[in-house]
Design a binder for this molecule. Structure first.
Ligand SMILES: CC(=O)SCCNC(=O)CCNC(=O)[C@H](O)C(C)(C)COP(=O)(O)OP(=O)(O)OC[C@H]1O[C@@H](n2cnc3c(N)ncnc32)[C@H](O)[C@@H]1OP(=O)(O)O
Ligand SMILES: N[C@@H](CO)C(=O)O
Length: 177
């Protein structure tokens, strides 16, 4: 997927949200620069500006090494922290206060980070931590703490997050029509 396509898709997906558009253009740029050593050398100043402005001033940690699919929607871009080893699929939504990353294991090592599927809608103040997978078409309710994998086509809420069984059925029913 080329860099301009990502920028165009994010731009459309965040219509009316100037802050999200600005952060995502800056993120896609730093993400592209990060892929090539020559670009990193030529644009090292941009890596610093990105970290200073987006991470320190705006309080949004979308690291340059992060893997994110197309059409990332970004509501209320405040207090958002995503570990760079996280993988986020296409058409996902992130909100204020979301944290996605690893956890410390009993032996003191760090776990892998979550792999998040496509069309995953993440509510405000959600924590998703550990070596887990969030399936496609999942909604995670505001304030959830997700420490186990969530199957596709489901809604999960609470701390620790649980799948709402009646909502799974509803999604399955819609798919079967
Ligand atoms: C400034 C801003 O506007 S920021 C935007 C903030 N908004 C968000 O982050 C949206 C996140 N959306 C949610 O949390 C929603 O509640 C959803 C998507 C998880 C579920 O919505 P609905 O499908 O309407 O579910 P519904 O309200 O019927 O609730 C179903 C059950 O889940 C529970 N539930 C719903 N949301 C949550 C939640 N966030 N945490 C814990 N339990 C929840 C309900 O109490 C209910 O439980 P019950 O069956 O035991 O009575
Ligand atoms: N507040 C809405 C969008 O404005 C949401 O987060 O879903």
């Amino acid at each position: 997927m080329n860099f301009f396509a990502y920028i165009f898709q994010d731009w459309k997906a965040n219509s009316g949200n100037v802050k999200a558009r600005l952060i995502l253009v800056m993120f896609r740029l730093v993400n592209a620069i990060n892929k090539y050593m020559l670009l990193k050398v030529l644009f090292f100043w941009y890596l610093i500006i990105y970290r200073f402005f987006v991470e320190w001033v705006l309080g949004v940690e979308l690291p340059r090494k992060l893997t994110v699919g197309k059409n990332l929607v970004f509501y209320h871009g405040q207090g958002l922290v995503v570990n760079f080893k996280t993988v986020i699929g296409d058409n996902c939504t992130l909100r204020n206060g979301v944290t996605i990353g690893h956890k410390k294991l009993a032996d003191g090592s760090l776990s892998a980070c979550p792999v998040i599927g496509n069309q995953v809608d993440i509510g405000a103040n959600v924590c998703i931590i550990g070596d887990i997978t969030i399936g496609d078409n999942v909604t995670i309710g505001a304030g959830a703490v997700v420490v186990k994998s969530i199957p596709a086509n489901s809604v999960a809420v609470g701390n620790p997050a649980r799948v709402l069984e009646n909502k799974v059925e509803a999604v399955t029913r819609i798919e079967n029509i």
